[in-house]
Ligand binder design. Structure first.
Ligand SMILES: [Zn+2]
Ligand SMILES: [Zn+2]
Length: 938
C-alpha cells in the first residue's frame, strides 16, 4: 500500500482527487481522522505539527529554587505527540504500507513537519521506503509532476527548522520567566520575551521615542494663485521651504505681477510595471485593501490549499523558467478576467518584470487555478483578484507619463509648477490598485504673462517620522533579517495579543515600552536584531550543511548565558524598573477627596479595589468585584465629569464587563441605599455627594458636625441623619447576609436575576434570614424561586435561625451537634421536651440538658421544667417498670411528656400526656390505673 501524508486535511483531499483521476476516492473516518483511498493508495492529512518540543518534566514550577529560569538554557528537551489520534492513525497505516510519501508544504517548516512524520513512520517500520514530493501549487500539473519524480527528505533543511524551534523555545521560556519573576508578574500577566519578538517590539518602541522626542520646526511655503485659459494654476516658489521667516517675507514682498513664463520643459517618464509578489510584497499590497498581515496570510493559505494560487510563503520575486506563464494565462482566460488576459496577450512585454530576489524553493505568488466570485465569497475573492491582477501586471508593458515643468518669474522671484498626464496606461490597465494621479496643465508658452490673484505665505511644521503600519513593519523586519516570511506576521500578532502594541498604525503600550526600556538598560543585546541575525545566518549554514544543528544550538546557548550574566546581576532593578514604568496603566485620575491619584489595586490575584495613592492620609476607596469576574484594567475613555479613566473587567473566554467611570458607577450604585435613609432628600443627597459622602457607611461614620456642614442642615437634623444612617447600615448588613444566604441555597443561573429576586423580597419586607424563615412560600414562588427550592430554602432558613438563636442563648456548639443529630432542632423543642428526654435522646447527662433547657426556656419566657437528679431518675425508672405492660420504650416516651416516676405519672393529665408522648390515651389511662397504691386504681 502507498501511504501519502500531507500537511493538512484539505491538501490530502485535493491531492487524492488529483492523483486518482477518474477513479472513485473513498472518504472514510478512521479514529476521527479523514482518510482518502483509491486503488492501493491512502492519503492522510496532518494538522501541522503533530509532535511538540518541551522541557523534560520538572520545569513547570516557575518559582523553583533549583530549576531557575537560567537552568532552562541547558535543560533537556523532549518531543511528545500533540495530536495522539493522528499519530496513532499514521503508525497504524504505516504497518500496512510498503511505500510512504511525505507531501508536506515545501519550506523549512514543512520539511521539519516531514522529518517529524519520518521519525513516526520509521519508529514502527524501520525498513519502509520513505520519499518526499515537493510542489508549489496544488494543481493537477504540479501534483502529477511532483509525484512522478519523488525526491528525498532534506534532512539539513529539517535540522535548520529544528534548531530554530529549539532556540526559540529556550530563549522564549528562560527570558520570559526571568523577566516575569523580576517584575512579580504571573498568571495572565506574564511578560513574554522572545528572540524575534523583542527586537521587533524594540523597533516600535524606538520609533515612538523618536516621535516623543521630535521637536517640530516651523517652515514657510510661498505660493501664488494664478489663472490660465480660465483654469486655476498654483505656482510654488522655487525655494520649497523657507526656514527663515524674514527671508520668506522678503520674497513675498518682492513677488510682483505678472507671473511671466520663462521656460517650459516637457518630458516623459517611465512608470515601471510591478514586480512579482513575494510574501512581503503581497502583505503590503493586501494591507492597502484593508487586510491585516495575519488575515491576508490566512486567506492566501486557504486559496493555496484549494489550488487557486501558488504557495504564499516565498522570498522569490523572479519567475523561474520552469513556470508556464502561458499556461497560467490560459487558466485565467476561463475567469471573469478574460478581457484583461486578452489585453495582456495583445500587449505583453517581452520579458516579465523581475524583483531583486531569486530563490529556488518557490516561484513568486501567482494564480494557479480559475475561480469565480461566487465560489470564493467576498474576502477571498478580493485576495484572489489581487494575485491575478498582480500577475497580469508583471506581464504588461510599462506605463508612460508626459511630464511638464514650467518656470516663472514674478518680480524678482522664481516660481515653478509641474504637471503630468498619462500617455500610455500600460500595466495600469489591468492593475488598478495604485491610482494614477494625473495633474494636467494648461498649455503655456515662453513669454506668457499670467495675472497674480493672490500670494500665499503658509506656516507649516516639520513632521515626526510616522508610526509603523503592520505592512511597513513587516518590510522593515525583512530588511533587518528579523524572522522569516512565514513567521513575521505571526510575531506581530503575538505582540498585539500580549498587549505590547496596539492601534493602527502601531504604538507600544506602557508595558511594551517598560519591558523594552528595561531590557535596553540591562541586556541590550536581547532587543537588538544582531543576535537574531547571527542565529538566522547559522540556520542558513545548517541548510547548506556547513554546520550541524547541535553545534548551532550550543552556540546559541552560550549567547543566552552571556545575556543572563548581565540580567541576573540586575534582577531586582529590572523588576523595579518595569513595575515603576507600568504603574501608570493602573492610575485612573484624580481622587475626588484629595486630588491625588486614584489607582486600581490587585490583591493576591483574587480581589481588587480602587484606592487613593495618598492612603493612609486619604482613605477614599471604591470596591470592585472579585477578579474571578474579570481583571480590572483602565480604558482610554475618560469621564468628563470626574476626569477618571473608565474601568473594564476582562476575563478569559467571556465578554468584557464595562464598569464605566468608577466614580459615576459608585455614586449610582450607592444611590439606591442612600435613599433608604428616611430623612434623605434629593437635595441633601446632592450636597453630600459634592462633599464626597457617597455611601451609607460614610454617613454613619461621619461626625454630626461634618454632616451638618456638608448637607447644610441643623445639628439636630445631622444627629438624626447619622442615627438613621447607622440603622440603615444595620439593615444593609442583614440584607447582605440574606443575599449571601439566598445565593448559596439558590445558585444563580441563566435567566434568573438574583438582584431581581432580592428587590422583590425587600419590597415585601423580607430583609433578614429570620424574615425569610417565616415567609409565605407563595410569596417566594412569585419572587421567581422554584417549588422545590422554596421548600428547602425555607427549612434551611429555619435551621439557620434556630441555630443562631440557640448559639446566642449559649448552648455550646458541640452539644448542639448532638441535639441536631437526635432531631432536636429549635428553641421550641427545648421547651417542649423534658430535659430527661433530651438526655436520653442525646446521651448528654441530665444535669447538662437541664441547664440547657433552663437557659432556653428563660430566654424564651417559658416556664422552667422541674430539676431532676440522676438518683430521682433511677428511682422513678424502677417504680415505673413495676407497672404491668410498661417497658423501656414506653419510659422514653413518658420522659418526653415530663413523666419520670409513678407520682408524676399519677398526677399527669392523661389527654395532655398522650398528645405529648405519642402513647394512645387508652394506654395512658390503663398505666395510671395500674400504679401501685394509686387512687385511680380500680
Ligand atoms: Zn485621596
Ligand atoms: Zn464619572
Amino acid at each position: 500500500m502507498h501511504l501519502i501524508i500531507t500537511e493538512k486535511n484539505i491538501a490530502a483531499d485535493r491531492i487524492a482527487h488529483i492523483l486518482a483521476g477518474k477513479t472513485y476516492v473513498e472518504v472514510k473516518k478512521d479514529g476521527g481522522v479523514n482518510t482518502y483511498s483509491f486503488n492501493d493508495t491512502v492519503v492522510v492529512g496532518l494538522r501541522g505539527h503533530v509532535v511538540e518540543v518541551d522541557f523534560e518534566p520538572g520545569y513547570t514550577n516557575w518559582r523553583s529554587e533549583v530549576n531557575t529560569p537560567r537552568s532552562l538554557i541547558t535543560a533537556k528537551t523532549i518531543k511528545s505527540p500533540t495530536d495522539k489520534k493522528i499519530v496513532t492513525l499514521i503508525q497504524k497505516l504505516t504497518k500496512k504500507a510498503d511505500h510512504v510519501t511525505i507531501a508536506t508544504d515545501f519550506d523549512t517548516e514543512g520539511e521539519l513537519i516531514g522529518k517529524e512524520t519520518y521519525d513516526l513512520v520509521k519508529a514502527v517500520k524501520p525498513d519502509v521506503r520513505v520519499d518526499r514530493s515537493r510542489f508549489s501549487a496544488i494543481t493537477e500539473e504540479e501534483i502529477q509532476t511532483a509525484f512522478a519524480a519523488p525526491a528525498e527528505l532534506d534532512f539539513a533543511l529539517a535540522a535548520a527548522g529544528e534548531a530554530r524551534q529549539l532556540i526559540d523555545l529556550i530563549w522564549g521560556a528562560s527570558l520570559t520567566r526571568f523577566i516575569s519573576l523580576a517584575a512579580h508578574r504571573g498568571g495572565k500577566n506574564i511578560l513574554s520575551v522572545g528572540r524575534v519578538q523583542s527586537p521587533t517590539l524594540a523597533m516600535i518602541v524606538d520609533r515612538e521615542k523618536e516621535i516623543e522626542a521630535f521637536v517640530p520646526e516651523p517652515y514657510w511655503v510661498l505660493t501664488v494663485d494664478s489663472k490660465k485659459d480660465g483654469e486655476p494654476v498654483l505656482a510654488r516658489h522655487t525655494t520649497a521651504r523657507f526656514t527663515d521667516l524674514a527671508q520668506a517675507e522678503e520674497a513675498q514682498a518682492a513677488t510682483r505681477a505678472p507671473l511671466a513664463v520663462t521656460e517650459v520643459k516637457e518630458g516623459s517618464k517611465i512608470d515601471r510595471a510591478p514586480t512579482p509578489f513575494d510574501t512581503t510584497g503581497f502583505i503590503v499590497a493586501a494591507s492597502r485593501l484593508g487586510f491585516s498581515a495575519a488575515n491576508a496570510m490566512r486567506i492566501a493559505e486557504d486559496l493555496y490549499m484549494h489550488g487557486y494560487i501558488s504557495y504564499p510563503r516565498t522570498d522569490n520575486t523572479i519567475y523561474p523558467k520552469s513556470l508556464d506563464l502561458n499556461g497560467v494565462l490560459k487558466t485565467l482566460q476561463k475567469t471573469e478576467f478574460s478581457s484583461d488576459v486578452s489585453w495582456v496577450q495583445a500587449n505583453r512585454r517581452p520579458v516579465p518584470t523581475q524583483g531583486k530576489k531569486s530563490t529556488t524553493d518557490h516561484p513568486p505568488i501567482h494564480p494557479s487555478g480559475a475561480a469565480t466570485r461566487g465560489e470564493l465569497g467576498d474576502e477571498r475573492w478580493k485576495v484572489y483578484e489581487l494575485v491575478v491582477r498582480r500577475f497580469l501586471g508583471t506581464l504588461s508593458p510599462d506605463a508612460r507619463w508626459l511630464t511638464m515643468k514650467v518656470l516663472f518669474t514674478a518680480g524678482t522671484e522664481p516660481y515653478t509648477t509641474t504637471g503630468a498626464t498619462l500617455l500610455e496606461a500600460g500595466w495600469r490597465t489591468v492593475y488598478p490598485y495604485s491610482e494614477a494621479a494625473e495633474h494636467p496643465l494648461p498649455l503655456f508658452a515662453v513669454g506668457d504673462h499670467l495675472p497674480i490673484e493672490q500670494v500665499n505665505l503658509d506656516r507649516k511644521e516639520t513632521q515626526p517620522p510616522p508610526r509603523y503600519t503592520q505592512s511597513r513593519l513587516i518590510q522593515q523586519m525583512e530588511e533587518l533579517g528579523l524572522g522569516t516570511k512565514s513567521t513575521r506576521h505571526e510575531v506581530i500578532g503575538k505582540l498585539v495579543g500580549r498587549k505590547y502594541i496596539e492601534g493602527t498604525p502601531l504604538r507600544p503600550t506602557l508595558v511594551g515600552k517598560a519591558v523594552i526600556e528595561s531590557l535596553e538598560d540591562h541586556a541590550a543585546a536581547i532587543t537588538r536584531p544582531d543576535m537574531t541575525q547571527t542565529i538566522d545566518a547559522h540556520m542558513q549554514q545548517i541548510k547548506e550543511r556547513k554546520r550541524t544543528r547541535d553545534d548551532v544550538v550550543t552556540e546559541s546557548r552560550t549567547m543566552l548565558n552571556r545575556a543572563f550574566d548581565e540580567l541576573e546581576g540586575h534582577q531586582s532593578q529590572i523588576g523595579e524598573d518595569i513595575m515603576g514604568r507600568t504603574v501608570e496603566e493602573m492610575i485612573l485620575g484624580p481622587c475626588p477627596v484629595c486630588g491625588s491619584d486614584l489607582r486600581i489595586h490587585h490583591i493576591r490575584n483574587s480581589s481588587q479595589f480602587i484606592g487613593c495613592t495618598r492612603y493612609p492620609d486619604c482613605r477614599f476607596n471604591i470596591g470592585l468585584p472579585l477578579t474571578q469576574w474579570g481583571w480590572a484594567i483602565r480604558t482610554d475613555t475618560v469621564c468628563p465629569t470626574h476626569n477618571l479613566h473608565h474601568v473594564r473587567l476582562i476575563a478569559k473566554g467571556s465578554r468584557p464587563w464595562d464598569i464605566g467611570c468608577p466614580l459615576c458607577h459608585h455614586i449610582e450604585s450607592n444611590r439606591e441605599t442612600m435613599v433608604l435613609i428616611p430623612s434623605m432628600t434629593e437635595e441633601i443627597l446632592g450636597r453630600l455627594q459634592r462633599h464626597h459622602i457617597y455611601t451609607v457607611h460614610e454617613v454613619a461614620d461621619a461626625t454630626p458636625d461634618v454632616l451638618a456642614s456638608a448637607a447644610a442642615i441643623s445639628p439636630a437634623a445631622a444627629e438624626l441623619l447619622k442615627a438613621e444612617g447607622e440603622s440603615v447600615l444595620g439593615l444593609l448588613r442583614l440584607r447582605s447576609e440574606l443575599r449571601k444566604f439566598v445565593r448559596k441555597q439558590v445558585p444563580p443561573r441563566r435567566g434568573r436575576s438574583h438582584s431581581k429576586i432580592m428587590k422583590y423580597l425587600h419590597a415585601n419586607e423580607i430583609n433578614t434570614i429570620a424574615d425569610l424563615a417565616g415567609a409565605d412560600p407563595a410569596l417566594l414562588r412569585t419572587a421567581g424561586i422554584g417549588e422545590k427550592e422554596v421548600t428547602s430554602l425555607l427549612s434551611q432558613a429555619r435551621d439557620y435561625c434556630n441555630d443562631k438563636t440557640l448559639r446566642t442563648i449559649g448552648v455550646p456548639a458541640i452539644s448542639l451537634k448532638k441535639y441536631y443529630a437526635a432531631g432536636i432542632q429549635s428553641p421550641e423543642d427545648f421547651c417542649r421536651y423534658h430535659p430527661v428526654y433530651l438526655s436520653v435522646k442525646t446521651g448528654i447527662s441530665p444535669d447538662t440538658t437541664y441547664r440547657h433547657a433552663e437557659m432556653v426556656c428563660l430566654a424564651q419566657n417559658r416556664p422552667v421544667p422541674q430539676k431532676v437528679t440522676r438518683a430521682m431518675l433511677e428511682r422513678g425508672r424502677a417504680e415505673l417498670l413495676t407497672i404491668p405492660g410498661l417497658g423501656e420504650t414506653t419510659i422514653e416516651k413518658l420522659y418526653s411528656g415530663g413523666v419520670i416516676d409513678s407520682t408524676t405519672l399519677a398526677s399527669a393529665d392523661p389527654a395532655a400526656l398522650a398528645s405529648h408522648s405519642g402513647i394512645p390515651l387508652k394506654k395512658v389511662q390503663e398505666f395510671q390505673s395500674k400504679i401501685p397504691g394509686s387512687s385511680r386504681a380500680s
